[in-house]
Design a binder for this molecule. Structure first.
Ligand code: BGC
Length: 757
């Protein structure tokens, strides 16, 4: 039955309407029984259900129902596979229907600004395009089942330190190009039923009261139709929040803020229409769910298999000097507690109570000749002599050694940030020692963010399992033994050391954090600075090899509102089947503003049998070429040449092609007293004025004696300035100089400016 929401609202008391604007308890929204409005239940998310029936908390402390932990975002993004992400969302949507949940709180799309953020494991990428594509697919999957998602945390929540009070101070171009696009894409293409505003302040205003963010950008510009809820405890002042666009406060406020809303309507400081609109958005959510209930069973075993498949498609092979895959008959030693007790998810609100966990050792026993010794504990950073001795002795006997290393839970979690990028020193030490007794050594990493690798040169193989979800152990074993060919690629850059990170000098601040690096985060920074990195964005190896050929564009021109199809053929040139992720990057070759060297604007993943060739394509739109102009308050692509690159990573560009972007649109020409001669010369509309002024200056200063504006009165015409230097100096003279030097009167200059404006 379709409910008449407006009619229901018209029958509500003021108190009932205000009551809709906050939670009933930790996980429930209030119902209004007498009008047939049901209460609904929400749960974390994002990579599975954390449905708490009894003791509620948002920190992952108390148990929730047994569920399935899919790979957290840090890993799943490395699949670069939107179809797969939609499948995972689909499964979670079904699980939610089966367990009477109305909203799953995720996905998390904040950018990985620094490797230190304790919550990076819950976020997809340092690249807004990739995060937006993956999130959109996930949301579509979940919402196929009329289960809401809550894309979070809106916005610029990039650290955990003082997350509830700190202001992220970000200039608008950077917000528009880096921190908002993943939200924007998801809102425009998938309409998440809800958006969760973040804890932090954005440029001084708490997100939950930020009208620019919650109304102007989210609703007026992007056309968001759903409901905004607060992060748990993110509300500062309730009535200003409601006015700014925050419909629901979570969790419950004990009724205090409901009373504030009622009083504000009564004393005239809050327009009741604002409350009615919030109530309508809130009821839309409830009835969308209620009117579309589906009968499903929670297929835990089936979803476990999907979780394994997702992990297999995402893990990233980072190094392989011929050690992998492991052979069936080789004597293999697994070292490290994570081999039997994997660290497969992060701490905090996303912590899922897995119904089962598969470990790599049990899975590997079925695939080869494997022995396990502990070597070190997965919890503490204590070098235990006895364990180490046993591991070293066993390693000397083995054909190959695989160390299961990584970060213990205490090293990274929601709620705090790391203060270094290192692994436990006991692990680093043991890996070096093992490598000294057996040079056939590989490592499998379990971590939510990049770490430093002091022993990188001592190992022959490295598999990044990140946090693999509950089936990640089996996935790692299948990859190690070659049952699955690895195909994931990094969704983040790995700096060589922490100090290389562009946010290094401005991270973790107490009251505010200034995002001085601007748009240059991740590979956008490392590429611009031509820096060495441990691994570049988009990097990942395979057991086979791929060749790229015939990069083609469907046109040599692109225009505003147009689209450009880019295609490339990929051939599997090795001897095993495998998948390749092709990345398409765009570079502005003639830009007059600072832009990254290249930016990801398309990707595709393709499965190929040995010898097989397939085409991978992407369609680039105007946005793929544009930067955000503050002057225009809009996206803008300069006319000129752009390079389209097909890469196996951001630093492994295989083929390039060029396209000419044509547009009549121009940034406004600025001419005032402080416009420089150089700026006038750069723009064809103002160049005639620039030339005129330059001529007048030359005439005044005597350009032909080599002195001109640069003359110090020296008779010698060769005073150290050649013509090019003189022109360069003249270029930065502002128009007002012609008045200061007495070349023109103010009136004459005003007349000229008016003529060319
Ligand atoms: C987290 C959110 C989460 C909420 C509910 C908060 O602390 O920041 O991501 O959805 O708790 O558990």
């Amino acid at each position: 039955m379709k409910h008449d929401i407006r009619s229901i609202i018209s029958q509500m008391t003021l108190e009932e309407k205000a009551g809709l604007c906050s939670g009933f308890d930790f996980w429930h929204f209030k119902g209004v029984e007498r009008l047939g409005v049901p209460g609904i239940m929400v749960s974390d998310g994002p990579h599975g259900l954390r449905k708490q029936d009894e003791e509620g908390d948002h920190l992952g402390i108390n148990d929730s129902i047994k569920a399935v932990c899919f790979p957290p975002a840090v890993l799943s993004a490395c699949s670069f596979d939107t179809e797969l992400m939609e499948k995972v969302g689909d499964a979670i949507g079904i699980e939610a229907q089966a367990t009477d949940l109305a909203v799953v709180l995720g996905p998390g799309v904040n950018m990985k600004r620094s490797p230190l953020c304790g919550r990076n494991f819950e976020y997809f990428s340092e690249d807004p395009y990739l995060a937006g594509e993956i999130a959109t697919a996930f949301i579509k999957g979940v919402q196929k089942h009329h289960i809401g998602t809550s894309i979070k945390h809106f916005a610029a929540n990039n650290q955990e330190t003082n997350r509830m009070t700190c202001s992220s101070d970000v200039d608008e171009r950077t917000l528009r190009e880096i921190y908002l696009p993943a939200f924007e894409k998801a809102v425009k293409e998938a309409q998440p039923y809800t958006v969760m505003c973040s804890y932090n302040k954005l440029n001084g205003t708490v997100a939950s009261e930020n009208e620019w963010l919650l109304t102007k950008v989210l609703r007026d510009e992007w056309g968001f139709k759903g409901m905004v809820m607060s992060d748990w405890g993110a509300v500062n002042e309730r009535v200003p929040g409601l006015k700014a666009g925050l419909e629901v406060e979570m969790p419950a406020s004990g009724g205090i803020t409901d009373v504030e809303i009622v009083e504000a309507v009564r004393d005239g400081s809050l327009d009741e229409a604002v409350l009615d609109r919030a109530a309508e958005r809130r009821l839309n959510l409830v009835f969308t769910w209620e009117e579309n209930r589906e009968e499903h069973a929670f297929d835990k075993e089936g979803d476990h298999e999907l979780a394994r498949h997702a992990a297999e498609q995402s893990m990233v092979l980072l190094k392989n000097d011929g050690i992998l895959p492991l052979g069936k008959n080789e004597k293999v030693l697994f070292v490290g507690e994570y081999a039997v007790k994997p660290r497969y998810q992060g701490g905090g609100s996303s912590h899922i109570n897995s119904f089962k966990v598969s470990d790599a050792f049990s899975a590997a026993e079925k695939l080869g000749n494997v022995r396990y010794v502990k070597g070190f504990s997965g919890k503490d950073d204590i070098y235990e002599e006895e364990l180490a001795r046993e591991a070293l002795a066993a390693a000397a006997e083995a054909d190959k050694v695989v160390v299961f290393a990584g970060l213990p839970d205490s090293f990274e979690s929601e709620g705090y940030d790391r203060d270094h990028m290192d692994m436990p020193s006991c692990q680093n030490r043991l890996i070096e020692e093992l490598a000294a007794v057996n040079s056939n050594i590989a490592a499998v990493l379990h971590n939510g963010a990049p770490v430093t690798l002091p022993w990188f040169d001592s190992v022959k193989g490295l598999l990044e399992a990140y946090l693999g979800g509950q089936a990640g152990g089996a996935a790692a074993a299948n990859i190690l033994f070659g049952k699955v060919n690895p195909s994931g690629k990094l969704a983040e850059s790995w700096p060589l050391k922490l100090a290389d990170n562009p946010a290094h000098l401005n991270f973790g601040g107490k009251r505010n954090v200034e995002y001085h690096e601007g748009i240059f985060i991740g590979y956008r920074y490392y590429d611009k600075k031509e820096m060495e990195v441990r691994f570049p964005f988009g990097y990942g190896l395979s057991y086979t090899s791929f060749e790229y050929s015939d990069l083609r564009l469907d046109s040599d021109k692109m225009t505003d509102g147009g689209s450009l199809k880019v295609s490339v053929d990929v051939t599997n040139t090795g001897s095993s089947a495998g998948s390749e992720i092709v990345q398409f990057y765009v570079s502005d070759l003639s830009s007059k503003v600072q832009r990254p060297v290249r930016e990801l604007k398309g990707f595709g993943k393709v499965y190929l049998e040995p010898g097989e060739t397939k085409t991978v394509s992407a369609v680039l739109d105007e946005r793929a070429f544009s930067w955000y102009s503050i002057e225009l308050a809009d996206w803008y692509a300069y006319p000129g040449e752009y390079e389209i690159a097909a890469g196996a990573s951001s630093r492994d560009i295989r083929l390039t092609a060029r396209v000419c972007y044509e547009t009549e649109r121009r940034l406004p020409a600025v001419i005032d007293y402080n416009t420089s001669i150089g700026d006038l010369m750069e723009d064809e509309r103002t160049r005639p004025l620039g030339e005129l002024i330059a001529r007048k200056m030359d005439a005044f200063f005597g350009a032909d004696d080599g002195g001109g504006m640069n003359s110090d009165g020296d008779e010698d015409s060769d005073n150290g300035f050649d013509a090019a230097a003189a022109a360069a100096i003249a270029a930065s003279q502002p128009l007002r100089s012609v008045v200061s030097f007495g070349i023109l009167s103010r009136d004459e200059l005003d007349e000229l400016i008016a003529k060319y404006k």
